[in-house]
Ligand binder design. Structure first.
Ligand code: PCA
Length: 224
């Protein structure tokens, strides 16, 4: 029996893995997963979007992500998460090697000042072209910003863990990864954005990320 999903793909499209999280804390919905679901199956310049949900759980989220990267061999992985209180799509620049949970995760775990990867470096830059993505999202008419911190909860854990996986050679050669935080949905809190705007913005960001292999600023400055 063929159990490798790559062999079942009837076309040569490369995969964009787009993840969202399940609901956590007090919110009954997590817009990050609604956005990922809405874009599942979309074609982006020779790529196809595959949506998957990650649990808002330290450790388990990364185990699931590693399994997905192994099975799907994505050329690009973009993880989405909710950041209630932010008013724009936030393209994260960096993931840091720390778990410091202000609230319990969905299993009740609340790690304080533990490393994501004990053997890993202090931080990784996302390897997606954050400035090109910013421009594209703004041009699509959706509020957007570059963020210098993904926090220290499960989203940072996943961004750091994704970049650590890729640095260790997971996924196809040249695989890239990054993270976008999104505001509350309309009705969930203030500030908020309607789902259709967030979907349009993330779609524009994916196009920009595929079409711009690297930001000029990153080419000049970063090592990874
Ligand atoms: N946001 C949380 C984790 C899951 C999510 O959607 C965060 O910002 O860490």
């Amino acid at each position: 029996m063929i159990n490798d999903t790559r062999l079942l793909t009837p076309h040569a499209d490369r995969v964009i893995l787009l993840t969202g999280f399940d609901p956590f804390g007090d919110a009954p919905l997590n817009p990050s997963w609604l956005i990922a679901q809405a874009l599942h199956g979309q074609r982006v310049a020779g790529h196809v979007v595959v949506a998957a949900q990650l649990p808002t759980v330290f450790g388990q989220a990364l185990q699931r992500l590693a399994a997905l990267v192994h099975a799907q061999q994505p050329a690009m992985t973009l993880c989405l998460g909710l950041a209630g209180g932010r008013g724009a799509l936030s393209i994260e620049r960096i993931g840091i090697n720390i778990n410091d949970a202000r609230i319990p995760d969905n299993t009740g775990a609340q790690p304080i000042d533990t490393p994501v990867a004990p053997d890993g470096p202090a931080a990784y830059f996302a390897s997606l072209p954050i400035k090109a993505m910013l421009r594209a999202v703004l041009r699509a008419g959706v509020p957007c910003e570059v963020s210098q911190t993904a926090g220290t909860f499960v989203c940072n854990h996943v961004l750091y863990g994704l970049m650590h996986l890729l640095a260790q050679g997971a996924g196809p050669v040249g695989a890239r990864g990054g993270f976008v935080h999104v505001p509350w949905l309309t009705g969930q809190g203030e500030p908020h954005l309607p789902l259709r705007d967030m979907v349009r913005g993330v779609h524009a960001a994916l196009w920009a990320a595929v079409l711009a292999p690297q930001d000029i600023t990153l080419q000049a400055g970063a090592t990874h």
